[in-house]
Design a protein around this ligand. Structure first.
Ligand code: 5CU
Length: 409
């Protein structure tokens, strides 16, 4: 029998608030906003894979995607929620957050030209903008905050501690965690310098929403991709999920989950490639002679828990996987309680419907019914768990309400 209409909660939905758009406008390398002759909207150029095209833009296919209202307007976000019967959204700043203050566009070197005070102020401003948006729509909006991570953060821990601690005070009543890329302070998430941050997040019970941005190096996809012949497909569909898997693999092998067993981490895109590869990580670990020797010598090398156990206890996944096969893997990664660890998301405003108009194509079909990228995820949930079932209701909204404590005000 069909249950009541489920409450739908979108935990993966982004925006660029006004102060971030100002930052993008002031920049000369990615991420940036740039207008190209013959193209009506400025384009948002974000990804390392778009860098080669920025130096040699093709007049007909410039890099990036058109900056539509969906990226910046709260009214557009609410209209999108209404159109898709989404009751509650947990907003987050879209990538690359404030990473560019610590990483150069080629992503191989770290930079610090901006003062830590400026970066801290940018984070506080953005978080305040999100908090105010949430207050405009009571019971409908929450947010994941952005952190000002930069190489000096460790020497400047007092500031970071203050900023993170403020997220659980009455200044930010709608904050439900933080959004984090895989870059950390410039050296990835297995950097021991991040331990104080993980410690604090664990103590404050603030989950991390881990989201990719860097993908894989451009060369992996070959010269044709570098010339833009494959659009964003390989970077987004294959680069992003591998990046997430690698980041969590590094955290796992460096012992982050053993040191912080109460740290909660929500992985974007159903954990990327991790659900299908976690068993392989475990197998490689069991057979690794170097790590075996380290363990024998009492120098570490073995984890207290298997990766599967970590996935079943500390990790939550969004349901942004676009297929029943992928969704089954994501549920399976969580073991018997896997259905209880998955939360619906849309990735709005990315992946808009295409249109046939005179402009950029991308986003031109936004006015015309539900977004295909959203429908496909909803159908996967209904297909795997049964439309109207209790389990589908959990993934569509119940889990997020419980895990993120989204209570009526
Ligand atoms: O289309 C894209 O570039 C993206 C992106 O940058 N971030 C994201 O979350 N989804 C798609």
């Amino acid at each position: 029998p069909k249950a009541n209409k489920p409450i739908i909660v979108d935990i993966h939905t982004h925006m660029y608030p006004p102060s971030y758009i100002d930052l993008l406008q002031s920049r000369t390398t990615i991420p940036l906003l740039r207008s190209f002759p013959g193209h009506p909207s400025p384009r948002l150029v974000l990804l390392p894979s778009e860098l080669p095209l920025l130096s040699h833009p093709s007049p007909s296919h410039p890099p990036g995607r058109p900056l539509t209202e969906s990226y910046t307007s709260l009214d557009a976000k609410i209209a999108f929620m209404d159109k898709h019967s989404i009751s509650i959204s947990v907003l987050s700043l879209a990538n690359p957050w404030l990473d560019f203050f610590s990483t150069s566009p080629d992503t191989t070197t770290t930079t610090t030209t901006t003062s830590p005070d400026t970066i801290n102020a940018a984070a506080i401003k953005i978080n305040t903008e999100f908090e105010l948006m949430c207050q405009t729509h009571p019971n409908r909006l929450y947010f994941f905050a952005v952190l000002p991570l930069h190489p000096t953060t460790t020497t400047n821990l007092t500031n970071l501690t203050e900023i993170v601690s403020s997220l659980t005070t009455s200044t930010f009543p709608h904050c439900r965690g933080i959004i984090l890329g895989t870059n950390g302070l410039g050296l990835g998430l297995d950097d021991p310098a991040l331990d104080p941050l993980f410690h604090l997040l664990q103590d404050l019970a603030l989950p991390i929403f881990l989201h990719p941005h860097y993908g894989l190096p451009n060369q992996v996809f070959g010269p044709r991709a570098e010339r833009g012949e494959y659009g964003h497909v390989l970077a987004l569909a294959l680069g992003f999920p591998m990046e997430t898997a690698v980041a969590v693999g590094r955290m796992y092998l460096s012992g982050v989950f053993d040191r912080f067993p109460r740290l909660k981490i929500i992985l974007a895109h159903g954990g990327g490639a991790l659900p299908v590869l976690a068993g392989r990580v475990e197998s490689c670990l069991r057979c690794d002679g170097f790590l075996y020797k380290m363990e024998k010598e009492g120098k570490g090398g073995r984890m207290e828990r298997s990766m599967g156990e970590v996935l079943r206890s500390q990790v939550f996944l969004d349901a942004v996987v676009y297929s029943e096969v992928g969704l089954r893997a994501a549920i399976g990664a969580g073991g018997e309680g896997g259905v209880g660890r998955l939360m619906f998301g849309t990735d709005h405003p990315f992946f808009p419907p295409l249109g046939e108009g005179e402009g950029e194509g991308e986003g031109e079909g936004e006015g015309e019914g539900q977004w295909g990228s959203v429908v496909v995820n909803r159908e996967a949930v209904d297909g795997v768990l049964g439309e109207g079932s209790e389990e589908a209701g959990m993934v569509l909204g119940g889990n997020a309400i419980r895990i993120l404590n989204l209570r009526e005000e």
